[in-house]
Design a protein around this ligand. Structure first.
Ligand code: AKB
Length: 332
């Protein structure tokens, strides 16, 4: 591997950032396609490359460039970055919390070894690097209501451990070598078109599909489990706005972003305003309940609001209305 680790050279601001060329890893997960769409609307379809190790559905091929890329293959990633003159890298490739606990070795490989490859490449090529973190980067000893940006972080999942590692490595490389590392801690993200895969917050997506199909949702969390959540369009907008913020405005490199916090019972109540017959039964699963109990119930995102103007557009009421409309449209 070629890295700057041993050199005194640091990344400087000579990489043009106004009209970026973007590579998104793990692009076929919950977040990649929507983010690519938002970036392509601003910068043009050809400037945003989606990548993953899976075969995409045909609409992904037609909306802009897609390439196969495995984050564990350093040389191939390097080739992609150089050949396409990439200037921004969005690293979405990761195993989520619940699936990570079921496969710790694989989670360690993808979430930590994959991240190391991406950090090295970003440093070597002076890229602006975005790595998402999460409410999962906190643990039972963290302040939970609210969790501030800077506090004790002792997560008890491999997902959380890998995310804290990512936050710390990125910040270290920023301070030591000037890497333009940017990280947002996402809440649970609620989306229709691309389902989440193997997270602890996934119930909050499934409940909308169940409400409109069988009218019955069996929830794997207790009714009073409160977690921070966000509509996917707020999540994409936060990411784009954060990536566009001039470096001099950032007092931190890792920010919490918040929109709302709710419990399964509260979201069910809000859905019942539109579908009064929704039935929810509770059958807490020990892995996901334990994970959720160790996560913050609320995020303090005051630094993001102050430094780069973060403000969510969706609260619970707007989220429920929009989700029901989108799930309905998808079913017809
Ligand atoms: C998960 O539940 O694992 C993710 C997350 C909150 O990071 N959605």
């Amino acid at each position: 591997k070629m890295t700057r680790w041993n050199s005194q050279e640091s990344c400087n601001a000579d990489t043009p950032q106004e009209n970026p060329r973007v590579l998104i890893t793990g692009g076929l997960g919950q977040l990649g396609v929507g983010l690519a769409q938002m970036l392509r609307n601003q910068y043009g379809p050809e400037r945003v490359i989606l990548s993953d190790i899976k075969k995409p559905p045909s609409h992904v091929y037609t909306s802009g460039p897609f390439v196969y890329a495995d984050v564990l293959d350093y040389k191939h990633l390097r080739e992609l970055i150089i050949n396409n003159r990439v200037t921004w890298l969005v690293h979405y490739s990761a195993l989520l919390s619940a699936v990570g606990e079921a496969n710790v070795a694989l989670a360690r490989k993808i979430n930590i070894t994959g991240l190391h490859n991406v950090l090295d490449l970003a440093l070597e090529n002076c890229l602006r690097l975005f790595v998402p973190s999460t409410i999962g980067a906190f643990g039972p000893s963290s302040p939970r209501d609210p969790a501030p940006d800077l506090c004790v972080q002792r997560p008890r999942t491999i997902y959380g451990v890998s995310k804290v590692h990512g936050e710390l490595m990125g910040e270290y490389l920023h301070h030591k070598y000037g890497l333009d590392f940017r990280c947002l801690r996402y809440p649970g993200v609620i989306s229709v078109n691309t389902p989440p895969g193997g997270g602890t917050t996934d119930y909050a997506v499934q409940i909308f599909h169940d409400a409109l199909s069988t009218g019955h949702h069996e929830c794997y969390l207790r009714p009073d489990t409160r977690l921070p959540m966000m509509h996917i369009s707020d999540c994409h907008r936060a990411t784009v706005e954060f990536m566009q913020t001039p470096e001099c405005q950032l007092s931190l490199r890792t920010y919490n972003i918040a929109a709302m916090s709710f419990t399964p019972e509260e979201v069910a109540q809000e859905i019942r305003k539109h579908l009064p017959h929704l039935k929810v039964t509770y059958n807490p699963d020990s892995v996901r309940q334990t994970i959720a109990d160790s996560w913050p119930v609320r995020f303090d995102d005051s630094n993001a609001r102050r430094d780069w103007g973060w403000a969510p557009a969706f609260g619970l009421e707007e989220l429920v209305k929009d989700m029901l409309r989108c799930v309905r449209d998808k079913r017809t």
